[in-house]
Design a protein around this ligand. Structure first.
Ligand code: PAF
Length: 282
């Protein structure tokens, strides 16, 4: 496995693979890889001849008061994990390599981004769409892999690929959880021991909501109320949102009469964590 820092090096390697008739998968990440990322790399390794992992903390998707500076970084750890799961090339650029002086073109989406995380993080999806478009143009993969934990991001990227006629298959992969249910996230490393325990209210409320749906509850208000009640009982938790949205539009719905996403964002202390369930997965 190679680690490269420049766009030219990625292009030269992918060109060589293409000349050999090999297929290429891309796993875009912001590094500090965990088992969730490992499952994406495994999926790419299974589906493609070669796998590229991008490892780049993208400044453009962080708001001014967010955790860009403190976001965890460890390229040695990432390289070991990625290689063990079949990665062939890590692209680990500096911000200046991705955003040269005078950079001024953005990919902005006017639908799907106004609800959920888009409401709390107004610049986030513009940053995600812009960097993912750039990564697609740099690597030109056959397939790209994204986790379902970032459910809105997955929907936004599918929509962008469709809108802009990008010839890349987008693969969504299941949420990977710790043994006690907490969804894997690089941000879990911010949690103190007490916060780590408190963070279980996310997965517990997801389980509670999905069990209500399984039993036939179709009133979104009742499901949300039960989930909020469970989360609010934890003193270290502060709800950003608990919402049920139409999977196709990301707009809130009142009745479960179509494929839907139940998504939550909760602050545990200063750390904002997300989790979700898709009704079609129940
Ligand atoms: O999901 C992430 O880690 C990031 O949003 C992504 C897709 C790598 C873009 O920076």
């Amino acid at each position: 496995m190679k680690i490269v820092n420049t766009i030219d090096e990625v292009r030269a390697q992918v060109k060589q693979w293409r000349a050999e008739g090999l297929s290429v998968g891309l796993v875009p990440t912001m590094g500090y890889l965990h088992e969730g990322h490992a499952s994406l790399i495994d999926a790419s390794h299974r589906d493609n001849d070669r796998t590229v992992v991008s490892d780049f903390v993208n400044p453009m998707q962080f708001g001014p008061a967010e955790d860009l500076e403190s976001y965890p970084r460890d390229i040695e750890h990432d390289a070991a994990l990625a290689e063990a799961h079949g990665c062939d090339l890590i692209f680990h650029p500096e911000p200046e390599e991705m955003y040269h002086e005078g950079f001024s073109s953005f990919v902005d989406m006017t639908v799907l981004t106004q609800e959920l995380c888009g409401l709390s993080r107004p610049v986030h999806f513009r940053g995600v769409c812009t960097v993912v478009s750039k990564l697609f143009n740099i690597v030109k993969p056959d397939r790209a892999y994204f986790g379902k934990k970032d459910a809105q991001q997955l929907a936004v990227i599918r929509h962008m690929v469709d809108d802009l006629n990008v010839d890349i298959e987008i693969i969504g992969c299941p949420i990977i959880r710790e043994a006690d249910g907490l969804a894997r996230s690089s941000r879990n490393t911010y949690l103190s021991e007490a916060e780590r325990k408190a963070a279980l209210v996310l997965s517990q409320s997801i389980k509670l909501g999905s069990e209500m749906v399984k039993k036939g509850e179709a009133d979104c208000g009742k499901i949300i109320e039960a989930m909020k009640k469970h989360i609010s009982a934890e003193p270290l938790a502060k709800i950003d949102y608990v919402k049920i949205v139409d999977l196709a539009t990301m707009q809130q719905i009142e009745k479960l009469d179509r494929p839907a996403l139940c998504a939550i964002a909760v602050f545990i202390g200063k750390t904002r964590l997300i989790d979700n369930f898709f009704t079609e997965d129940i």
